[in-house]
Design a protein around this ligand. Structure first.
Ligand SMILES: O=c1ccn([C@H]2C[C@H](O)[C@@H](COP(=O)(O)OP(=O)(O)OP(=O)(O)O)O2)c(=O)[nH]1
Ligand SMILES: [Mg+2]
Length: 152
């Protein structure tokens, strides 16, 4: 742990028994891999989605969020991704972190207990206030968007 690391409290739930804590798989990895806390293998048919338990709950300081992101290997090899990517874990959420997976592949995919299903990335969220105004400041882009700068 570096000296300026932000501490995030983590609690394992009863269904986490025997699983590893999330960890970074390389020194500078952005994400902590999350493990499936399913009791039995969970089979996702093509097009099917499921909420996969992790057996974990967090308490992070205000000003932080956790994002649940897909693992590219699962997406590339099997078409398994997070439907709501990036999933948002609010700083005040104390429930179990769950991963909403969907099978966009052609084959059924079985998620075994302890399989690494997604990754969790912490992000700073600035404190903000929405201030209602009548006119917005002008910019060169203005209202142009959705490809208005060209197709190449
Ligand atoms: O992939 C996810 C996304 C969310 N959550 C939990 C933590 C988050 O703090 C809470 C609410 O998520 P979100 O705000 O995305 O869902 P919502 O549909 O807006 O529900 P709510 O009305 O509870 O905010 O659900 C997860 O466990 N996994
Ligand atoms: Mg919400």
């Amino acid at each position: 742990m570096s000296t300026n690391a932000i501490s995030v409290e983590i609690k394992t739930l009863p269904n986490h028994e025997g699983l590893e804590l999330p960890r970074k798989m390389s020194a500078q990895a952005s994400g902590y891999d999350l493990y499936a806390a399913v009791e039995e293998p969970m089979v996702l048919q093509p097009g099917e989605r499921a909420l996969v338990p992790t057996g974990l709950a967090l308490a992070m300081p205000a000003g932080l969020e956790a994002q649940i992101r897909p693992r590219s290997g699962l997406a590339f090899k099997h078409g398994i991704t997070c439907l709501n990517t990036p999933g948002t874990i609010d700083a005040d959420y104390r429930g179990e972190i769950k991963v909403l997976l969907i099978n966009l592949g052609q084959e059924a995919f079985a998620i075994a207990r302890g399989e690494r299903i997604a990754q969790m990335v912490f992000q700073l969220v600035p404190d903000t206030d929405l201030v209602q105004v009548q006119e917005l400041s002008e910019t060169v882009r203005g209202a142009g968007g959705f490809g208005h700068t060209g197709t190449k």
